[in-house]
Design a protein around this ligand. Structure first.
Ligand SMILES: Nc1ncnc2c1ncn2[C@@H]1O[C@H](COP(=O)(O)OP(=O)(O)O)[C@@H](O)[C@H]1O
Ligand SMILES: [Mg+2]
Length: 303
């Protein structure tokens, strides 16, 4: 186990424990020196180190599972390279977040009501190129997107994989981060790299692990144990496991059929695992909304 931890750190080029990381970024409440209590949806970024480990599947199916629990959910497809919420839902959207720059386009036009009750916004390249936009353009996007507050209890942001600046911006701007990995050594190494990048940029870390495509329980324990111990010791980052999803042929089938597993095979083992993750989010430790949706947008569009 320790060998594996050492290998993870070596591959990611980690420093010794206690070598000190610079923590940037403060929550709105920290900056004001007081807690702001107003309703804002929970913002949850779903991310991974390696691509293809199951982010989009989890995001879409989690949205359905949370919807079944009576929560209003909006999915933001913010994986610039591989935006494929559409594909999993079997839909095509002609509008995306950038369309909001058109004076005739309002939030209602880009907030798509997809099948199975999934509401989503295609990110397009809008968030990726936020820094290249004029102040006026960013202000428009901020103002129009802020309206999502009225439509959602929870906003799920499907980010790209890895530790590029855009992805880390999303993680630092969301109140909660769900890091998804498979048990494969390459995925674990890349997941650890995300933990490291994330712990460097946030003063209020809130990261939970989800292990996807697991074969049995010992495997879950080993993955969670290794990652959480290494993160606690070398990054001082607390990491808890929110859940796991079994490797499931029906999941592959549902992707091919373009019907999310929660809708097509709700009794499948992987669908049950996702339902349990959804109840963990809703019924687990009560999370405080810190930055909320407006805080997220403010950080992304820096307006
Ligand atoms: N629990 C699972 N069991 C079996 N296959 C899975 C599971 N989760 C994901 N997959 C497979 O992995 C592929 C990639 O998933 P996807 O959600 O698109 O990954 P990402 O968004 O991280 O790139 C899916 O198309 C599916 O075939
Ligand atoms: Mg994806």
């Amino acid at each position: 186990m320790d060998d594996q931890a050492a290998r993870l750190r070596l591959l990611v080029g980690d420093k010794k424990p206690g070598s000190g990381v610079t923590k940037l970024g403060k929550s709105v409440s920290d900056q004001n020196g007081q807690q702001e209590e107003h309703f804002s949806p929970r913002t949850i970024a779903i991310t991974s180190g390696k691509g293809g480990v199951g982010k989009t599947n989890l995001t879409v199916n989690l949205a359905i599972a949370l919807g079944n629990m009576g929560k209003r959910v909006i999915v933001i497809d913010a994986d610039m390279g591989m935006a494929n919420v559409d594909i999993l839902l079997g839909t095509t959207s002609r509008v995306n977040l950038m369309s909001l720059l058109d004076p005739d386009v309002e939030l209602e036009n880009v907030l798509l009501r997809g099948p199975y009750g999934v509401s989503y916004i295609s990110g397009g390249s809008g968030m990726e190129h936020a820094m290249e936009m004029t102040v006026a353009e960013r202000e428009i996007l901020f103002r129009k997107l802020a309206g999502c507050e009225e439509w959602a209890d929870i906003i799920l942001i499907d980010t790209g994989a890895g530790i590029g600046n855009n992805v880390l911006d999303f993680l630092a701007s969301a109140d909660e981060v769900l890091l998804i990995t498979t048990p494969e050594p390459t995925a674990l190494t890349d997941a650890y790299a995300v933990m490291k990048g994330y712990s460097n940029i946030t003063a209020n870390p809130n990261l939970k692990l989800i292990v996807n495509r697991v074969i049995d329980e010992p495997e879950i324990r080993e993955v969670v144990g290794t990652l959480s111990r290494t993160a606690a010791r070398f990054l001082k980052l607390p990491v808890e496991c929110l859940g796991y999803i079994y490797d499931d042929k029906l999941m592959i089938k549902s992707v091919r059929q373009q019907v999310p597993i929660m809708a097509g095979y709700p009794d499948a083992i992987s669908a049950k695992c996702i339902s349990s993750i959804a109840s963990g989010l809703v019924n687990g430790r009560q999370e405080k909304v810190k930055l909320g949706w407006r805080g997220f947008l403010k950080k992304i569009f820096k307006s």
